[in-house]
Design a protein around this ligand. Structure first.
Ligand SMILES: O=C(O)CCC(=O)C(=O)O
Ligand SMILES: [Fe+2]
Length: 368
């Protein structure tokens, strides 16, 4: 972080361990200021094991750079009703090749895998997986159950699924696709989801306290079944002249300018500098894109649209983009800690309420 960085560091540890009220309140004061401006900050002392964060990044890198083309194809995101296994596509989950993801009407220069909170526990992703499951069940004496059951909090979410109706699926109602290569991918990422769900809860609890006026439990109460989203993103270097063109926003960029939709984004990124940028507006100055470079041991956090609404517009869902200017291959894993699917989120002045799931559907239909 350069000395002029406008992005503060928030120590979240008081919300992870029993702490005296004065410590909670001093964290909240810093948090509230950071959420109001610039809407981006670093989160330190988050208690995530370093071995796990390293592994999550390494697995994503290995998948993007070394997985066989057939494996990428197997877990590819499909439109609703499309794809194998009787139409397993849900228009959201799965792998996207470079250019598949569109932001602001333009194709992004990245590849990615998207996962969403499971709504169909125990339902297999493809037929082969089903066969594997049956074997597992048989070997466990028939009492087992499918993959994803009994796997901690990630597996405890049955908001409308679990009935094994099978494909074709509706928009966003499919089954998560897990790479078989590299080995251990799913296990590491499911552990990561559990840890990030806990951390997200701590962050929104702090945010509730920071907003005051009886908000203490509002976010915790509306994120108990967080409709979280996780992406693993691989950014190759931008194509030759695109690198220069991307600087002024005119050419191809790694990820186009956008705000995130939900409560709070917790971003784990590799050590690549000069990629993620936030739009910072300071009073008396013109707005500008500022690099949000990685800080050792910290996550990058930003406020999403729903949190901005809940704060009555006091907090900003700051626009950001990725222009990966270096020559290496960058990897990031954002975890979007979101409201429950059916959470009702108030509007800012003059706007009506929204149901978060409906808001998300609208975004996904519009291809981000
Ligand atoms: O890769 C990054 O640094 C950020 C990606 C991002 O903004 C997003 O996926 O919403
Ligand atoms: Fe984003």
């Amino acid at each position: 972080m350069s000395p002029q960085s406008p992005f503060p560091t928030i120590d979240i540890s008081p919300f992870l361990h029993p702490s005296p009220p004065w410590r909670l309140h001093s964290t909240c004061a810093l948090l509230s200021a950071a959420c109001a401006h610039p809407g981006f900050f670093y989160l330190a002392n988050h208690n995530l094991p370093r071995a796990l964060t390293d592994r999550v990044l390494a697995l994503a890198r290995e998948f993007f750079l070394d997985a066989p083309a057939a494996e990428k194809e197997r877990i590819k995101r499909r439109d609703v009703g499309q794809g194998g296994n009787g139409g397993r596509g849900d228009g959201a989950r799965g792998y996207q090749v470079i250019g598949d993801n569109v932001t602001g009407g333009k194709r992004d220069w990245h590849e990615a895998i998207d996962w969403y909170r499971p709504v169909r526990e125990g339902e297999p992703f493809d037929e082969e997986e089903e066969e594997e499951e049956e074997e597992e069940e048989c070997c466990a004496g028939g009492g087992g159950g499918g993959k994803g059951k009994g796997k901690g909090k990630t597996g405890s979410s049955k908001s409308g699924g679990g009935d094994r109706q099978g494909p074709p699926y509706e928009l966003l109602k499919g089954v998560n696709a897990w790479p078989r290569y590299p080995e251990g991918f799913r296990e590491a990422y499911e552990e990561y989801v559990d840890k990030m769900s806990e951390l997200g809860t701590a962050v929104v609890r702090a945010m509730g306290l920071a907003l005051g006026h009886g908000m203490d439990d509002v976010f915790v109460g509306n994120t108990r079944k967080s409709a979280w989203v996780m992406r693993a993103i691989g950014y190759p270097p931008l194509p030759g002249d695109g690198r220069a063109a991307g600087e002024d926003g005119g050419g191809v960029v790694s990820c186009g300018a956008h705000s995130d939709y939900g409560c709070v984004t917790l971003l784990l990124a590799d050590e690549t500098k000069g990629a993620l940028q936030a739009w910072v507006e300071t009073e008396g100055e013109e707005g500008r894109w500022v690099d949000v470079d990685p800080v050792e041991g910290a996550l990058v956090v930003n406020v999403g649209d729903m949190m901005s609404r809940w704060s009555g517009g006091k907090w900003k869902a700051t626009r950001h983009r990725v222009v990966h200017k270096g020559g290496g291959y960058r990897v990031s894993v954002p975890f979007f800690f979101e409201p429950d699917w059916d959470a009702r989120v108030p509007g800012k002045e003059g706007e009506g309420d929204v149901i978060y799931g409906e808001y998300l559907e609208g975004k996904v239909k519009g291809n981000f």
